[in-house]
Ligand binder design. Sequence first.
Ligand code: ADP
Length: 710
Amino acid sequence: MLLVLEEPELKVLQVSSNINTYLGLQPQDLLGQPLSYLIDPQQAIAIAQQLTGENTRNPLKLSISTDRGKRYFDAIAYRTADEAIVELEPIDSPHETSFFSFHAAIAGIMSQIQSTSSLPEFLQLVAEEVRKLTGFDRVMVYQFDPTGAGCVVAETKRADLSPYLGLHYPATDIPQPARELYARCWLRFIPNISAPSVDLVTLNQQPVDLSLSILRSVDACCVEYHRNMGVAALLVIALMQEQQLWGLIACHHYTPKYLTSEVRIACKFLGQLASLELANKIRQQELSDRVKLKSLQSELIESISQASNIVEALIQPAPRLLSLTNATGAAVCLGNEISLVGATPSLEEVRSLIDWADTQVSDNLFATDFLPQIYPPSVEFKATASGLLLLRISKIRCYYILWFRPEVIQTVTWAGDPNSSFQLENGSIRLSPRHSFERWQETVKLKSLPWQSYELDSANDLKTAIVGVVLRKAEELAQINQELERSNRELAAFAYAASHDLKEPLRGIYNYSTILLEDYAALLDLDGVDCLQTIKSLSQRMETLIDALLRLSLLGKAQLNLQATNLNELLQQAIAVLFASRPDAQMSIRIPRCLPTIECDPVLVSEVFSNLMSNALKYNDKADPWVEIGDWERSGEPTIFYVRDNGIGIQAHHHETIFKLFKRLHSQEKYGGGTGAGLAIVKKIVELHGGKIWVESVPGAGATFYFSLQ
Ligand code: ADP
């Protein structure tokens, strides 16, 4: 029975029409009367005290004399904004449950709850304790996700019932007003979902706020929803975390079931206790997840810092990189090289994706769980990458790591069709219960599971580690370069000193063998003269070699004398010198177009052209030898020059070695001989200008030397 009272005299303004059943009175008998008309003044005072908060004992045990004798009730009194409400539930005896029996029911639970080691274990224990307290057929714990959809995360039930554990429920299954009420009242109890509703007979025709009412009848939608599931009695206890509804403990019974107010109070207390502990357990769980992640991270970072190849260290073993962000696929992009791990789009798709995603990055990261909606080409690979997390390590070097998640379609088991919670009625959407509770898969189209903030942190930490390792390696490299430079300088100084000092005794050998030949040849036989001749020519040869070495070592110390140089003039002079030293040479020189004026050291560049032209002339067995000199201008890049001939050509495996000092491919006698230092000197000069040199050639069909000067 429910009474709406006007304070302070507690006049009855409204009363439920069922008072006749319990008290043998008509509503009209009570309307307008003070409460003391129904109960003795002492009890009325106790109710008034309960309303003012002086007495916190709720419920009060009341006895009411009726024409059928004394009847006992639990009375719960409270205030709304406008009136006072008293709710009466019939009980068998007026004896109060002692504090000790309540304590006995609850005491053990607290220590058990605290000793559970994980969130799932804790929630399971809570469900089991609620079932022990209430005797309901099924007790479940729902957890809400950020969208309001629920998932059954713990369950205990009668053995013959089919399980609901793991099922998801759409947010619309528990409408927002119902959620708000759970958050305010902690507990909702419906002993018989099919009980007919009872009218309020009113004196003042005012609507009453029944938000806090225990006896409030049930919304038709809720009745039908649960009837479809075969549920007859329902108890729902709120689980709160930081003033937000985190989830619910939902209890189902398949026949009507009444719980005394003491049991309900124990359940509410348990809900509050569980809510308090919930925050701890969630923190613990997050902490243990973070610890796991951190140890994974440090393992990965250690491998990266020890490895000579960062990519290998990242992708071996593959699951480690994926676990770092709970992804199913990943791509590591270092410059042009992309390595794929797990389930990913194709290389080409990843390449285009990086180009696009790089424009979306903020703070080195870009994460989305609905890639196909913002990057339409990804519809093609939604099964592997509906979710993308991109980490930019360096834009300039094009260093990225990408993680992928599949479309969530396969991963959720819905308890019924979430879309069918809505029905169109007269053109407008109305909430209506669902008719089917068969399992089926909801197609959450083109979306992946969302990226959690700690997963993004984890990606960011990896970036810091990689940058650290790369920087350290760069420092090591710089140090090695410094040392190399120093030893190169020492080597050049040594080569200079050695070749310089060698020249003097060599000159002596040459001079004395010449004197011997001139003044003492008559004293020797022919063999002796021959030996002396050989000594003389060997010392000459050795001098040319030493000169070449000296030239090269001097180049090592050379300062470039850069100036604007007209290459046409420079080349004409070089050609003139070449033909002056080889007056018998038969070779045509082709210069298809004017060469540019460039900034370079003219003396050294002239040596480059002379050397290359002289080689073109030497290594040619054709009847009509020619050499062509030209350039190839490229916008924004240094010009490439070439010296092409129609000579004997060079085999491919010698294309690099010919630039080494004293490397010759032919014997001394063939093709006019040489020291094998010419190309080494040419290469040195080109490199001094910051350029490169290389050759292309087909044996027998000539050779083309290309070089650039920065
Ligand atoms: P060398 O003083 O022997 O000419 P280089 O350093 O100038 O020394 O050249 C190294 C070797 O490369 C030569 O011995 C020759 O075999 C080969 N070579 C150089 N230029 C040409 C060319 N234009 N055509 C074919 N072979 C060449």
